[in-house]
Design a protein around this ligand. Structure first.
Ligand code: ATP
Ligand code: MG
Length: 569
């Protein structure tokens, strides 16, 4: 831009686009696309590309297509096509009527290939796959020409048509671009552009038994759709000369490809192929396992799409690869949920409490605030009764001075209820294990304040034994023990870095009755325990909750570069 002050660009890609608009390139039009291959579910890395492509179109009044690059019939399918659409919508983007499939261009792509043959720029090679690999050379040595490289145009046309007509078996011939077997860029060493695959395609059915390769398809598909800015990740940088070559030789509309760094998160993998292995080898419970960084997994875990979009914004768009701390995503989640999430009480690991001076059989409804951060969220009733459950870790038989929760002879506040004092402990005679606490309550402290101004240091959460709802609560740790799971010892692969303790299932938790009515998938807070959401495994008899994140903010700590600090409880 001539006048830098006018720019609204926050990164280099938008700076390029603003300059193109200023120069009236493509008549000032901006067209982007998100081009997934439907061979797996989307992950958080894809979210960056989705936010960038759809966000750019939105910002510059342009269009963004959703296009499936579906050129590998054997590994692709409708399940993935549907899941990908679901995930993009959930993230908050809409392609309107701009849904496309590369497979819809197969006729056009075939014509482009014929055009290349006719101009002497493509040939049918009949070497085996193995021989082709041998002829390719290495990064340090030039490749060798195939003996079939100089077939005549007529012979090539004839063979290519017969490939199309199904006369040959898989792997017997390929169509290759005729570029340069000595190019330092391996992608330009006569890459294959069409191969024989007698496979059923999820859209084109059995119409084709030859399929164009990804590199051939991708650039042309962008061209056919009139994409002005083809935004893609850095690993495609050295494919660009090939795309440019195709577009120039066939002489069609030429989108501008711009590469940016992938989003990688610590302790997770962002690869469809690797995720597929985790699913197929049962390391996780499916593509939507809440431990995965797939969008469907994050959704099931209760991560709000807004938090993912905020993460992508904060990470920005640049040209160098880096690994983002998972803690930053967690920070974005907490930051969003703190203002939005309603509060409930749930006891993860219950310890029974009997209030000796509370009338047997009586249940009273106490008023609790739904969200202290949002006065509009209102209040609810929480039932209180003689028998309650509190968290095991909120009691210590022999507590140190700084322990402000319950101990024998100590008084605490039960959140929204009363002050209670522990007067005794009942133990299992054989094991010595604490079975229940005996307490008394002060009826004067209803609502949590003492009229005599007496104070207590601790406030703990609780659930009525009579009215509490039995629940299963799933707690998650990182799926991988290492920050970069792809770093492995000799002879190992990334699965060696899986964290064996990534899932903890608590089967005897109890939650307050109102938590029965949370909307599935919408996150809320169990006070002091973190953000949670109801899992689809929930049945009428048994609630199942996933912990989205804990309340502890490790990102702030990382930023301050402090060591472990006192836990605020
Ligand atoms: P994977 O390697 O996980 O299979 P992919 O790159 O092969 O992913 P595609 O379906 O081809 O998956 O990706 C669609 C788009 O998303 C591409 O434009 C790709 O560049 C982009 N993308 C993929 N992974 C990331 C990532 N980690 N960060 C940002 N963009 C990504
Ligand atoms: Mg890839």
């Amino acid at each position: 831009m001539s006048n830098l002050e006018e720019t609204t660009a926050t990164h280099f890609i938008h700076a390029i686009i603003e300059e193109d608009i200023a120069n009236n390139k493509n008549d000032g039009r901006v067209g982007t696309r998100f081009p997934p291959e439907p061979n797996g579910y989307l992950h958080i890395g894809h979210a960056k590309s989705i936010c960038l492509n759809f966000g750019t179109a939105e910002k510059y009044n342009g269009t963004c297509n959703l296009r499936f690059d579906d050129t590998n019939p054997e590994t692709e399918g409708v399940e993935y096509v549907e899941a990908i659409q679901r995930d993009i919508k959930w993230l908050g983007f809409d392609w309107g009527d701009r849904l496309f499939f590369a497979s819809d261009y197969f006729d056009q792509l075939f014509d482009y290939a014929v055009q290349l043959i006719k101009s002497g720029n493509a040939y049918v090679d009949s070497l085996t796959a193995e021989e082709i690999r041998e002829h390719r050379g290495t990064v340090t040595s030039a490749g060798r020409n195939s003996p079939y490289r100089d077939r005549s145009v007529d012979e090539n046309l004839d063979l290519f048509n017969r490939m199309k007509n199904g006369e040959f078996d898989d792997g017997t011939h390929v169509l290759r671009a005729k570029i340069d077997m000595a190019s330092p860029n391996m992608n330009l060493r006569d890459p294959a552009i069409y191969r024989i695959r007698k496979a059923h395609h999820h859209r084109s059915g059995d119409k084709w038994c030859i399929y164009p390769l990804y590199d051939f398809t991708h650039g042309f598909s962008d061209s056919i759709e009139g994409i002005t800015h083809s935004l893609c990740t850095l690993e495609f940088e050295n494919h660009r000369p090939l795309y440019d070559w195709f577009l120039k030789e066939v002489d069609v509309f030429h989108p501008q490809q711009i590469e940016f760094a992938r989003l990688e998160l610590s302790h997770t993998i962002t690869s469809k192929r690797k995720t597929k292995r985790l699913v197929e080898e049962n390391h996780v419970r499916g593509w939507d396992d809440p431990r995965l960084s797939t969008l469907s997994g994050l959704r099931r875990r209760g991560v709000p799409p807004e938090a993912i979009r905020t993460l992508c914004e904060r990470v920005g768009v640049a040209k160098f690869n880096s690994i983002i701390e998972l803690a930053l995503l967690e920070y974005c989640i907490r930051d969003y949920l703190n203002k939005k999430a309603n509060r409930y009480m749930g006891v993860l690991r219950p310890l029974k409490v009997v209030i000796e001076n509370y009338p047997e059989g009586e249940v009273e409804e106490l008023e609790a605030v739904n969200n202290p951060e949002d006065p509009e969220a209102g209040t609810r009733k929480v039932p209180f009764s003689r028998e309650l459950y509190i968290e095991q870790e909120d009691f210590m038989e022999d507590p140190p001075k700084k322990f402000f929760r319950l101990g024998v002879g100590r008084e605490v506040r039960l959140r929204y209820a009363y002050f209670v004092t522990c007067v005794g402990v009942v133990k299992d005679e054989a094991t010595g294990e604490i079975k229940e606490l005996r307490c008394t309550y002060d009826p004067e402290t209803r609502g949590g304040n003492a009229p005599d101004g007496r104070r207590v240091k601790g406030t703990i959460h609780w659930v009525s034994a009579e009215k509490g709802v039995p629940s299963e609560i799933r707690l998650y740790d990182t799926l991988f023990a290492k920050s970069d799971p792809s770093k492995v010892e000799e002879g190992e692969d990334f699965t060696a870095n899986l964290n064996p303790n990534s899932l903890t299932v608590l089967e005897s938790s109890l939650v307050e009755p109102a938590a029965k009515d949370v909307e599935p998938g919408v996150p809320f807070q169990f006070e002091r325990q973190g953000y949670f959401c109801m899992d689809p495994d929930t049945t009428p008899d048994r609630l199942v909750f996933n912990r989205t994140v804990t309340l502890r903010d490790s990102w702030a700590k990382i930023q301050k570069k402090e060591g472990p600090q006192k836990k605020k409880k």
